[in-house]
Ligand binder design. Structure first.
Ligand SMILES: Nc1nc2c(ncn2[C@@H]2O[C@H](COP(=O)(O)OP(=O)(O)OP(=O)(O)O)[C@@H](O)[C@H]2O)c(=O)[nH]1
Ligand SMILES: [Mg+2]
Length: 464
């Protein structure tokens, strides 16, 4: 059943038509490139909710021979009422031929009933050469909306508006790379106005889209808290080491620790991937080059005071939550040698009371308890770890939520989003630490876990 609206996104080559399609249908598989003439054939992309299509956009090639096309249409006396028929005749005459291959591709969905979305670049001056394209579109008689895409800035937007108003019933500015979710919804409302029979249905679909967004953010919060739980409770069984002599055990410990770290990194990435799948991103690669730190390594302890709390905060917050101060914070206040030791895979010394085996205690990173009875390594034992995990998860989630599906760059994580945990109020930091400790101790089914989910959800909603 094709009772949903369909819009053909048309215009000059290389003006961001495919980018508009990708952004609005939330589909990062639409082909976009700086090379003019990237889209060769028309292709439909649907926005679906619950497997039901809300609307479809047709990505089309740009006009290539607009003047010749209009000349053909104008050949002979055609009155206004006959123009749509004349466009149909054009398609019948040239379909399957090379001559007007792009015009046939882009006009076909319109003649089959699609509304028109005409995309232009608002950073370039208006020029009459576009009038041929706009005239052809007017001949089709279909409902028309013009979108001004400020690709390189909005210098000429007003000038364009003057011209476009004469050919299009609705004219809007829309930046497919930077538009917020609300701006998407606003534009979709405008789509609904193009066809008055569908306005109510469209408004309803928009409400549904908003509701879905909230549900997805709830689900995202759930994934983040589950991943947090998995990370702060992770233990690695090392029973295969049982019979190793002391010196051998010491020799293999660095490998065991490296394995432990890899596993945590992997679990973190899996959580992020679940979020990316939920929001329909298929090929996100993070780019943290704008940060002063490496984003990739969760277990790079030298970065912990960046993602989580700084050392002074950690002392205050731990005390407030009745938690032992993180060993790293404790030692870190006196210098950073301990931390570098951990990262380079070297061993650290000088700490006592943590490990079942005395001689091993100075062979493990401070945050890594090892129970000699059970041969279990972990879980990570540092108050900052939960903050680090949450800080990193939020910065990833926020960067992803703000990202357009038309964006061809890597996912950029910036400085501001990275320091999220440090800028919280002290009482919130203390409450969070308490809840994380309860989560670690009592699991996902308890109240603390629900409260953490609510908090994460609110962090995602409030952002932007
Ligand atoms: N900076 C910026 N670049 C944009 C914007 N919209 C599109 N682009 C870039 O412009 C180039 C062309 O975008 P497309 O969406 O492929 O354009 P198109 O109109 O589909 O092009 P053809 O299929 O070749 O006709 C790509 O490199 C996009 O990343 C925008 O709003 N801002
Ligand atoms: Mg294209």
């Amino acid at each position: 059943m094709n009772d949903h609206p369909v819009f053909a996104v048309v215009g000059h080559p290389n003006k961001g038509k495919s980018s508009v399609v990708a952004a609005l249908t939330q589909n990062d598989q639409v082909k976009i490139s700086p090379v003019s003439g990237t889209t060769r054939v028309s292709q439909r992309f649907a926005l679906k909710l619950d497997n039901k299509t809300v609307f479809e956009l047709v990505d089309t090639p740009g006009f290539q021979r607009a003047s010749k096309c209009l000349a053909w249409l104008n050949d002979g006396h055609v009155t206004a009422d006959q123009r749509p028929e004349r466009v149909r005749a054009f398609l019948e005459s040239f379909s399957g031929q090379e001559k007007f291959i792009d015009e046939v591709e882009l006009l076909t969905p319109i003649i089959e009933g699609a509304g028109i979305i005409y995309v232009i670049d608002g950073s370039l001056p208006y020029s009459p050469e576009y009038e041929t394209e706009m005239e052809i579109l007017r001949w089709s008689g279909s409902p028309r909306l013009a979108l001004i895409n400020p690709i390189g800035g909005d210098q000429y937007v007003e000038q364009w508006q003057q011209a476009l108003n004469q050919y299009f019933s609705l004219v809007r500015v829309f930046d497919p790379l930077h538009a917020s979710f609300d701006q998407h919804l606003q534009l979709l409302r405008t789509f609904g106005q193009l066809d008055t029979h569908k306005t109510a249905a469209f408004d309803h679909a928009i409400e549904e889209l908003e509701r879905y967004r909230q549900l997805k953010l709830k689900q995202a919060a759930r994934i983040i808290v589950e991943t947090l739980y998995n990370l702060i409770t992770y233990q690695q069984s090392n029973s295969h080491l049982e019979r190793l002599a002391k010196d051998k055990l010491a020799a293999v410990m660095p490998d065991e620790i490296a394995q432990f770290n890899r596993q945590l990194n992997k679990m973190e990435r899996e959580g992020q991937q679940q979020l990316e799948a939920l929001f329909l991103y298929h090929q996100l690669e993070a780019d943290s080059s704008r940060l002063k730190v490496h984003q990739s390594e969760l277990m790079d302890v030298t970065q912990w005071s960046f993602w989580g709390l700084d050392k002074k905060q950690l002392v205050v917050v731990s005390a407030g939550a009745g938690a032992a101060i993180g060993l790293l914070a404790d030692a870190g206040l006196g210098g950073t040698s301990l931390m570098t030791g951990v990262v380079s895979g070297g061993f650290v010394g000088g700490l006592s009371g943590w490990f079942g085996v005395d001689w091993l205690k100075d062979k493990l990173p401070a945050w890594m308890p090892f129970n000699n009875e059970t041969h279990l390594l972990g879980p990570v034992n540092d108050s900052n770890f939960s903050f680090v995990v949450l800080g990193r998860a939020l910065s990833h989630a926020r960067a992803m939520l703000a990202r357009s599906h038309a964006d061809q760059n890597k996912l950029s994580i910036d400085h501001e989003s990275a320091n999220a945990m440090q800028s919280l109020a002290l009482k919130d930091q203390v409450r969070l630490l308490k809840q994380c400790r309860q989560l670690q101790r009592d699991g996902l089914q308890v109240k603390a876990s629900e409260k953490l989910r609510d908090w994460v959800f609110q962090q995602l909603v409030d952002h932007k």
